[in-house]
Design a protein around this ligand. Structure first.
Ligand SMILES: CC(C)(COP(=O)(O)OP(=O)(O)OC[C@H]1O[C@@H](n2cnc3c(N)ncnc32)[C@H](O)[C@@H]1OP(=O)(O)O)[C@@H](O)C(=O)NCCC(=O)NCCS
Length: 185
């Protein structure tokens, strides 16, 4: 296991225009998108181009990072920080969009992204919304030292009509230092 508990080294980096094919592939991977907060009816190549163009531009309140691992020419997923530079804490997003054999890649990419939030973007806290049925995502943030702060009941209405709760998780700077040590944030 590597520093952050992944079975292979993980590098997160800014997006490049060449990442369009990867982004298009992830959002058409039904396994990967099924556990997201919201599901899109379709995700075309044109939409992928727009998504990457916005990610590369990164001049607003959001930042997105491509997750790369050895043995894969293209990134296998992404992390995101939404709503930076505000009085409210930014939200973390993550998706490992390819079906990879390595374990813990998502949580290690999340860890690196939270470090960026605290160290590069001056966040005082990071939070996340996780469907109650997404156990992998809950375990990943719990492992990072996040706390479950509450649950919004029947918050998500799935396209087929199922009502699913939405958990709120968060990590303060002092939670982070308690988990990862002085100098971590
Ligand atoms: C959530 C996600 C980033 C986690 O990535 P990861 O850390 O690489 O995940 P892993 O598959 O290595 O599993 C992490 C933990 O969850 C557990 N887990 C994995 N899949 C699981 C499942 N279907 N049910 C229950 N537990 C599961 C693993 O055993 C592991 O537990 P551990 O902490 O005891 O070792 C990844 O699953 C993902 O991208 N999913 C699709 C998109 C998504 O759901 N994003 C979050 C939206 S809120």
């Amino acid at each position: 296991m590597h520093e952050g508990g992944s079975s292979v080294p993980v590098v997160t980096r800014f997006f490049e225009s060449a990442d369009v094919a990867a982004v298009h592939r992830w959002f058409n991977n039904q396994r990967a998108v099924a556990s997201l907060m919201e599901q899109r009816a379709e995700f075309t190549l044109e939409q992928a181009e727009g998504w990457v163009e916005r990610a590369v531009g990164s001049d607003g309140e959001d930042r997105k990072f491509a997750i790369t691992i050895e043995g894969h020419d293209q990134p296998v997923g992404f992390t995101a920080l939404y709503g930076l530079f505000r009085q409210t804490a930014p939200e973390l997003g993550v998706m490992v969009g390819d079906d990879i054999a390595a374990r813990g890649v998502g949580r290690e990419a999340e860890r690196q992204t939270v470090v960026r939030a605290f160290n590069d973007y001056g966040a005082h806290k990071v939070y996340g919304r996780i469907p109650t049925d997404n156990e992998a995502a809950q375990r990943a943030v719990a492992w990072m030292g996040w706390k479950h702060e509450g649950t919004m009941r029947e918050h998500l209405r799935r396209p087929e009509g199922d009502l699913v709760g939405c958990e709120i998780w968060g990590v303060t700077r002092s939670d982070w230092v308690a988990r990862w040590g002085d100098g971590a944030a």
